[in-house]
Design a binder for this molecule. Structure first.
Ligand code: GN1
Ligand code: MG
Length: 356
């Protein structure tokens, strides 16, 4: 996007610095994200939030701001400069009380860039898996006393398996024959796994698993680390909503334990790394063990399988719908993502079954 446009939108926000240049960060599938270099002592992240997918952007931004404020309140002794390097900090616009700017139908928001931080698309170090587990545990702990009724449901039924199955069923009905043929092998797997993949939802609906504040997009690239590989904070709080911890644990495992990227086409590279699973779980439980119920603990392995599956079915659905939801770089991108996730389920099942 042109520098003048980004600069002018950035200048709607009260950051008290001057735009120097920007670069686009291409890791998300939904929003457009830009790093803004300034002449001040802080850099920023500018995001255009996809309002076709997120129907209530002001509500979404309000969720993020409320959650950040709550997390900030947990560090009463930190100075502002340290806080903004530890918790996501959003910037108001110059002329309003709001944390988003609306222009030509688009919604934008700005947050402070956390210095000296890194993210990982693929984990290559057990230590990262362990630290990642601790980081999610911390996030769930500090948000556990937040009144979740203050949060809007950003995307209703986001991790609801029946909802995803019904979207999938409609996509099969309307799919192009050519796409359906390419997806055939996977539509069979979906049918085979249907019952097992509803277990967590059934337990949730029966009230057997408690509903908590959850992040809902815990892929490892949404965890920020410092240069010493220690966790800093969870980013991308767009989808913070009430949910069950299995969503967050499972979605993190989905990416941490994949030996390849989510869209790797060479499926021989896609394996489930059991050592990372153990390391992540260890870190996670160090932080959460005392607050989890027996049933929450018991279903952690199934959470992993379920969340890999839910992404597989969502990618497959989008492929069958001719790629209307996720950004894609080529015509079979969504199919490749789905195949990748199905391969991961296969590897997960083999490895976990071999466990003593
Ligand atoms: C989407 O846009 P991004 O990368 O933050 C998706 C997540 C998926 C993820 C897969 C709102 O997240 O649910 O897990 O892609 N977010 C939404 O990489 O659908
Ligand atoms: Mg996200």
């Amino acid at each position: 996007m042109k520098a003048e446009i980004i600069k002018s939108i950035f200048n709607e926000f009260d950051h008290q610095s001057n735009y120097v240049y920007h670069t686009e960060i291409n890791s998300g599938h939904i929003n457009d994200t830009f790093f803004i270099k300034t002449d001040g002592n802080k850099e920023y992240i500018l995001q255009r939030i996809n309002h076709i997918i997120f129907k209530d952007v002001p509500g979404l931004v309000n969720n993020k701001v409320l959650i950040s404020a709550h997390i900030r309140s947990k560090y009463p002794n930190l100075l502002e400069k340290d806080l903004s390097n530890k918790v996501l900090s959003f910037v108001k616009t110059k002329n309003t009380e709001f944390y988003y700017h609306q222009e030509n139908g688009d919604f934008w928001n700005v947050m402070v860039f956390i210095d000296d931080s890194v993210t990982y698309e693929i984990v290559k170090d057990e230590e990262i898996a362990y630290e990642g587990g601790k980081l999610l545990g911390d996030f769930l702990n500090v948000t556990s006393d937040f009144d979740s009724s203050k949060l809007i449901d950003v995307i209703p039924n986001f991790h609801d398996m029946s909802f995803r199955f019904s979207q999938y069923a409609s996509s099969v009905q309307s799919a192009l024959k050519s796409r359906l043929i390419k997806a055939e092998k996977y539509t069979k797997i979906v049918t085979e796994l249907k019952e097992e993949m509803h277990i967590l939802q059934t337990l949730k609906e029966a009230g057997k698993i408690p509903v908590r504040v959850t992040h809902n997009d815990t892929k490892i690239s949404n965890s920020l680390f410092d240069k010493n590989l220690k966790g800093v904070c969870m980013i991308d709080t767009d989808t913070v909503m009430p949910g069950i911890i299995h969503y967050d644990f499972g979605d993190a495992i989905r990416t941490i334990c994949n030996t390849a990227a989510e869209d790797e086409k060479d499926l021989s590279k896609v394996e489930f790394n059991l050592e990372y699973y153990k390391a992540y779980k260890k870190g996670f439980l160090e932080k959460t063990k005392d607050s989890l119920t027996e049933i929450e603990l018991e279903y952690l392995p199934l959470a992993a399988k379920t969340m890999i599956f839910i992404m597989a079915i969502r990618f497959l659905t989008d492929y069958l719908n001719n790629d209307i939801y996720y950004k894609t770089n080529y015509p079979e991108h969504n199919l490749d993502r789905a195949k990748n996730q199905f391969k991961l389920i296969e590897s997960f099942s083999e490895k976990l079954l071999k466990q003593p």
